[in-house]
Design a protein around this ligand. Structure first.
Ligand SMILES: [Ca+2]
Length: 130
């Protein structure tokens, strides 16, 4: 076998191993410009990364745990954007409200832990948020 085709085979195998790599494991990082939610506190467990409004988290599933609904399960979050996030305990932006500031990364307060059901982002701080 000429060395050039052997090199080609090696490169093909390398490419296949990259393509066939398993999806990224759950970790505590969040891509810049996205919002991230975790099933557990301290940015651990299943993660959901998104960048849109979420009127009803019953329709959303953790990226790395496709059977696990995000609804009523969120215990920590990371807002890597310059926007303000509002999180509600009920779908369609209703119920109890949790205000998240720009670039805030924290555990969900105890009174909202495992309750968040809808999320919306705003360019400006909203009434009802300090
Ligand atoms: Ca809820």
């Amino acid at each position: 076998m000429p060395s050039t085709s052997r090199l080609g085979l090696v490169l093909t195998l390398l490419a296949l191993s990259v393509v066939g790599a398993p999806p990224a494991k759950a970790d505590g990082s969040c891509t810049a410009g996205k919002y991230c939610l975790w099933l557990d506190s301290n940015f651990s467990g299943c993660k959901y990364e998104f960048d849109r409004f979420e009127p009803d988290l019953r329709n959303s599933y953790f990226t790395d745990c496709p059977q696990q609904s995000v609804n009523d399960q969120v215990s920590s979050f990371d807002n890597t954007t310059g926007r303000f996030l509002l999180m509600w305990s009920e779908p369609n932006y209703k119920g109890k409200l949790l205000c998240v500031t720009q670039h805030q990364r924290a555990n969900v307060p105890l009174d909202m832990n495992d309750k968040i059901s809808s999320i919306r982002a705003y360019a400006f701080r909203q009434p009802g948020c300090n």
